[in-house]
Design a binder for this molecule. Structure first.
Ligand code: P1T
Length: 377
């Protein structure tokens, strides 16, 4: 099936009782059992929920995977991944990731005996150099938040296979519409469903997708044992939203391209970062491993004063954390989404206080351009 067809139908059949076309919202914490030891297959809401199952199947299909395991947030999914390793193990991770991922791993889980090496994974030789005897996992985010740095996923998968390592890719920025890491050899995909998958900025959620039976079994067990599950209503909202993922992503990208080109031509920023621009250092890799360039644009305005001028004077872009919704958002990553990353760490990869991140929505792009023009004046 094509992507849009799967997005609308995968994991969902008309309800057998009523014929309801839309998967019902199963609001129940428990299920009646026929007799002792004989259940319907559904026993308790944390373990089994039909709305959640439909969502897991839907997103797994879009990612060309067998199994989806949904969580209450992207970070709950990020945390669950660590059930695949144990104290004393070492993880290689992209130096630029979402600030919350850095906070969880570097500032918290190191207290439990896990070791992280933060490397510039855009050069995969750095990954090979970082491998130790106790390395168990390579975690990459591509393109990264907010610097939009890419990592060659096929190359990562090859290195991992040679060294018997688990590979994880945070695919939140591209969504399955533009990138399918499992097809490039990655073992597990992570999404914050809060972002493009839901696309309407009205819930928080996360999901892991894999084809690997062993990892699925462990993650499914942890989903229930640790209990970080999403509510049925949040699952229902995402399931409603993936139906329009294809049309939304097309429009996000069309708008982001025009917006990035406008910013570049205006000369207002010192640097405009968008994988679809020819001057993006990894534009060729972007064309090779993604089917589009997405809806995120970052720009370094040279000084914090100029960045503030844009952040404080836009009227259609809303100053807020998060991304991937139909409405355009603007953010100052250094003080907002990545506040827990030390300045000296982020400046190593060019992430300054003057950086502004635009989540380009699906409004009329002319209005978005005019909005930034007036803010700059
Ligand atoms: O917010 P939550 O659903 O827990 O997802 C965490 C997360 C994971 N991965 C990436 C790439 C992300 O961008 C995020 C969340 N990011 C923001 C809230 C933000 O504004 O960047």
């Amino acid at each position: 099936m094509g992507f849009a067809t799967d997005a609308i139908h995968a994991g969902q059949i008309p309800d057998p009782t009523t014929g309801a076309v839309i998967t019902p919202l199963y609001l129940t914490s428990t299920y009646a059992q026929h007799e002792l030891g004989k259940s319907t297959g559904y026993e308790y809401g944390r373990t089994h929920n039909l709305t959640r199952q439909a969502l897991e199947r839907n997103i797994a299909t879009l990612e060309k995977g067998k199994y989806g395991i949904a969580f209450a947030s992207g970070l709950a999914a990020t945390h669950a991944l660590m059930s695949l390793v144990k104290a004393g193990d070492h993880i290689i991770i992209s130096s630029n990731v979402y600030g919350g991922t850095y906070r969880l791993y570097e500032l918290n889980l190191t207290n439990y005996g896990l070791e992280y090496t933060w490397v510039d994974t855009s050069n995969t030789t750095n990954i090979e150099y970082a491998i130790r005897k106790n390395t168990k996992m390579i975690f990459v985010e591509t393109p990264t938040n907010p610097m939009l740095i890419l990592t060659d996923l096929k190359a990562v998968a090859e290195i991992a296979k040679k060294n018997n390592l688990i590979t994880v890719c945070d695919n939140t920025f591209m969504s399955p519409y533009f990138q399918n890491p499992l097809e490039l050899g990655i073992d597990i995909i992570l999404h914050s469903t809060t972002k493009y998958l839901n696309g309407h900025s009205d819930m928080i959620g996360g999901i892991l997708v894999t084809n690997n039976e062993k990892y699925h079994e462990r993650l499914r067990y942890i989903q229930n044992a640790a209990g970080g599950v999403p509510s049925p209503f949040d699952c229902w909202l995402v399931l409603r939203s993936t139906k329009t993922l294809a049309v939304r992503m097309k429009q996000h990208e069309e708008n982001a391209k025009a917006f990035a080109e406008f910013l570049l031509k205006s000369g207002a920023a010192k640097k405009v970062i968008y994988p679809g621009l020819k001057d993006h250092p990894q534009h060729e890799l972007a064309k090779k491993q993604m089917r589009g360039f997405g809806g995120m644009v970052s720009a370094d305005f040279g000084t914090i004063e100029k960045a503030k001028k844009v952040l404080n004077n836009v009227k259609i872009f809303t100053l807020a954390e998060s991304l991937g919704g139909v409405e355009s958002l603007i953010c100052h990553p250094a003080s907002m989404t990545h506040a827990s990353v030390p300045k000296e760490e982020r400046e190593k990869y060019g992430f300054t206080d003057a950086l502004v991140r635009f989540s380009v929505g699906i409004e009329d792009v002319e209005d978005l351009i005019k909005d930034v023009e007036q803010a700059l004046k």
